[in-house]
Design a protein. Structure first.
Length: 177
């Protein structure tokens, strides 16, 4: 692993977002890679519980709770890996934003996420609620900058091809015509 690896998550801080799972996986990862940092953007009713869990797991030095931010893209540009460990989702806009900037993604196999991410092609899908699988995915991507780059570029291509505004307008018009 090169210099400081930064893994980020953007989510409302609710139980359904699986951020507790992220913290458990992070506790294992940071023990191996103490120079890494986890940045969590967003607010919600679970914020204090998540901060307490980070304290309990003794990882609070490596976890930054950044709260609500106006310009998410500025932060995405600082991440090496994006993580979306949700227990349930529709089609998350944050994944489209992440893909548009070419970040590699680890996300759960729920809701509309598999419509965007295909494991090994343009990201990594894991089962929800599985900190071991998330930890293993962190290890894989942290140790292979080439894989991170390839997955990020492939996700960007997927998002631009299948989820552009033009494509969404065309598909909406088809549905009504």
């Amino acid at each position: 692993m090169e210099s400081k690896l930064i893994i980020g998550a953007v989510a409302e801080l609710h139980k359904v977002k699986g951020l507790d799972v992220l913290l458990y996986a992070w506790a294992r990862f940071i023990a191996k890679y103490p120079n890494a940092e986890l940045r969590i953007l967003g607010n919600g009713e679970e914020k204090e519980n998540l901060k307490e869990l980070a304290d309990t797991l003794e990882i609070n030095e490596s976890v930054k709770f950044l709260g609500y931010v106006n310009n998410v893209k500025e932060y995405l540009d600082t991440f090496d890996i994006f993580c979306l460990p949700s227990r349930s989702e529709a089609l998350p806009y944050s994944l489209l934003e992440t893909g548009a900037v070419g970040l590699p993604v680890i996300a759960t196999r729920v809701g509309g996420i598999p419509e965007i991410i295909e494991t090994g092609v343009n990201g990594i899908l894991i089962e929800p609620g599985n900190p071991e699988e998330l930890f293993s995915s962190f290890l894989l991507l942290s140790q292979d900058a080439g894989l991170r780059k390839r997955l990020g570029e492939a996700l960007k291509e997927t998002v631009l091809k299948n989820f552009s505004i033009k494509k969404m307008v065309e598909e909406t018009l088809k549905a009504y015509l």
